[in-house]
Design a protein around this ligand. Structure first.
Ligand code: ZN
Length: 371
């Protein structure tokens, strides 16, 4: 009998697991339609959960909703809607699109607006431990080593911090790379009472408390788009570790490669959004899933119509292989398990499944939700 594989390799590191895995997925900011770039992250996180289950490990997934967010506030204000009502409608559309892509429901789906008290406690703890300071109604986390975590030089860290709303030019900060755990109230944003006056939670702090509330001091895997590596994930890990003293906060990171169109990152401002709902009008969910998954998860890629045609053809090959008698039993299906456990190597597993046919092909279809 082949040796059973129960420990996946993720991002090049073997992650030993018993019977459960704590998986935190940075979810959506519900202010806009679901595009292929979002979908790629959530389909990969879903595939991770399915592969873990194949390995006998129950994935406990927490995928948050960032419904307290400066970009969301601006979109709600343009729509003349309260931020929470606006977010609830967008979240409905998002979940509808993910269900259409056969993304399984997650165990925890916390919404940031219900965790304001938690962020206040996080800020108090970071202040007490000397990792943060209160000034002008805000609480700032000392972020100097966050850049080093992401292997960035200071100039690049400052550039990304500005791009992702980190306000490095805020004159109240001791260091431009400090990050607001609590942001003093401003016009056009919701505000809650706090020991430092009215204000709202900072983005990174929201995810810290939602992850900690679901899972305690750390997670086995933290997943999100590659563009969240810095500042969001670097600060998340730094704040969590400063608060708990437990390192590392995450045993593995799944930074899913960015999807581009014509070489440009998908964004409303770039006018190149590819909507999930549009793709599903012309192709099956299985074809869209395979287009996303038939590559290494960390790799960025460029979407073209040919990508979907190619995925549909690969899927037809896989179905034809599954219809053959093919080999049966553990040695044959064990190869598929081994390849998927090896950093979710879907391309290699797909090659093997199409070559062998039979049970291995059927296992791959069932595991990746391609039926
Ligand atoms: Zn997050």
């Amino acid at each position: 009998m082949a040796e059973a594989v129960t420990a996946p390799v993720l991002a090049g590191r073997r992650v030993l697991l018993l019977d459960r895995a704590r998986v935190y997925v940075c979810g959506i900011t519900p202010y806009d339609v679901t595009h292929l770039g979002h979908a790629a992250t959530f389909v990969w996180a879903d595939a991770l959960g399915r592969v873990l289950r194949l390995l006998g490990v129950e994935p406990e997934v927490c995928r948050n909703v960032t419904d307290v967010d400066d970009v969301l506030d601006a979109a709600a204000s343009r729509a003349s809607a309260p931020y929470d009502a606006f977010a609830a409608v967008q979240q409905y559309h998002f979940e509808h699109d993910l269900a259409a892509l056969h993304v399984r429901p997650v165990r925890y789906e916390p919404r940031a607006h219900r965790y304001v008290e938690h962020v206040i406690r996080l800020a108090q703890g970071l202040l007490a431990a000397g990792h943060a300071y209160a000034r002008n109604g805000s609480v700032y986390f000392r972020g100097q080593d966050a850049a080093a975590r992401a292997d960035l030089d200071r100039a690049e860290a400052l550039r990304l911090s500005a791009e992702y709303g980190g306000r490095p030019d805020d004159p109240a900060k001791d260091d431009p790379l400090d990050a607001a755990v609590w942001q003093a109230a401003e016009a056009g944003h919701p505000a809650w009472d706090s020991p430092w006056g009215p204000g709202r939670p900072g983005w990174h702090a929201e995810c810290v408390v939602m992850a900690m509330s679901a899972f305690g001091v750390g997670v086995d895997v933290h997943a999100g788009g590659a563009d969240l590596r810095f500042p969001h994930h670097a600060y998340h890990a730094a704040m969590a570790e400063a608060f708990t003293g437990v390192r590392p906060y995450a045993r593995a990171w799944l930074h899913v490669g960015t999807v581009t169109v014509g070489g440009v990152k998908m964004a409303k401002s770039a006018g190149n959004l590819v909507l999930v709902s549009d793709l599903l009008e012309r192709h099956t969910p299985a074809a869209v899933r395979l287009m996303i998954l038939d590559r290494r998860w960390a790799e960025g890629w460029d979407f073209t119509d040919a990508s979907l045609e190619g995925a549909a053809a690969r899927l037809a090959d896989l179905y034809a292989a599954a219809g053959r008698a093919g080999p049966a039993g553990e040695p044959a299906t064990g190869e598929i398990r081994r390849l998927l456990a090896a950093d979710l190597d879907v391309p290699a597993a797909l090659e093997a499944a199409i070559r062998e046919g039979g049970a291995p092909a059927r296992l791959l279809i069932a595991t990746l939700g391609l039926d």
